[in-house]
Design a protein around this ligand. Structure first.
Ligand SMILES: Nc1ncnc2c1ncn2[C@@H]1O[C@H](COP(=O)(O)OP(=O)(O)OP(=O)(O)O)[C@@H](O)[C@H]1O
Ligand SMILES: [Mg+2]
Length: 155
């Protein structure tokens, strides 16, 4: 059946969940909880759910700060799907991407950070890379810049 107001309904398949956030610091928690609920329902263990929450939170914070440049009228769109034991989550912002590839970003070095030889920031992408099975970023689409992460359900 065709839904009423169909022009307002984006057609997503039955395995997909989408969360659209205003660009407000703190609201990344909404994306964390939604992704955690979804991952629990499809069978991820609590430890893996925590990894997912941290990765989603870092990606959302980056989207709000670096992508949307803290602009209050921009949005962050989180799209998640689970198919064939693979949980995919993408975080899209309305910015232009990073201009650098992950390999170029300097690996965080805690000693250097303590001695002020390296910025105290720069942990988010590193954490994401450690926590998820795959990450792709700098994907520029018509709608904006996207970070895509993949977690596999094992065991
Ligand atoms: N969505 C994004 N759009 C544009 N640039 C981004 C985006 N995400 C990350 N970046 C760039 O990549 C850099 C590294 O991101 P990362 O999350 O590792 O560190 P950070 O956000 O600077 O600091 P931290 O996450 O430790 O608070 C950022 O400083 C920014 O230049
Ligand atoms: Mg960050």
């Amino acid at each position: 059946m065709k839904p009423k107001n169909s022009k307002f309904v984006r057609m997503l398949d039955e395995n997909t969940i989408e969360v659209s956030l205003p660009n407000k610091l703190g609201y990344e928690r909404i994306a964390m909880s939604c992704s955690a609920s979804f991952a629990k329902i499809v069978g991820f263990l609590p430890e893996r759910v925590e990894d997912l929450k941290t990765a989603v939170s870092e990606a959302c914070l980056n989207a709000m700060e670096h992508g949307n440049l803290n602009h209050p009228d921009k949005r962050v769109l989180i799209t998640m799907d689970y198919n064939d034991h693979i949980f995919r989550v993408s975080v899209m912002d309305q910015g232009e991407g990073m201009g650098e590839t992950p390999e170029i970003l300097e690996e965080p070095d805690i000693d250097k950070k303590i001695e002020n030889l390296q910025t105290p920031r720069g942990l988010g992408m590193f954490l994401i890379k450690q926590l998820v099975d795959q990450v792709e970023y700098n994907k520029i689409t018509d709608e904006g810049h996207m970070v895509r992460m993949v977690l596999k359900l094992t065991g």
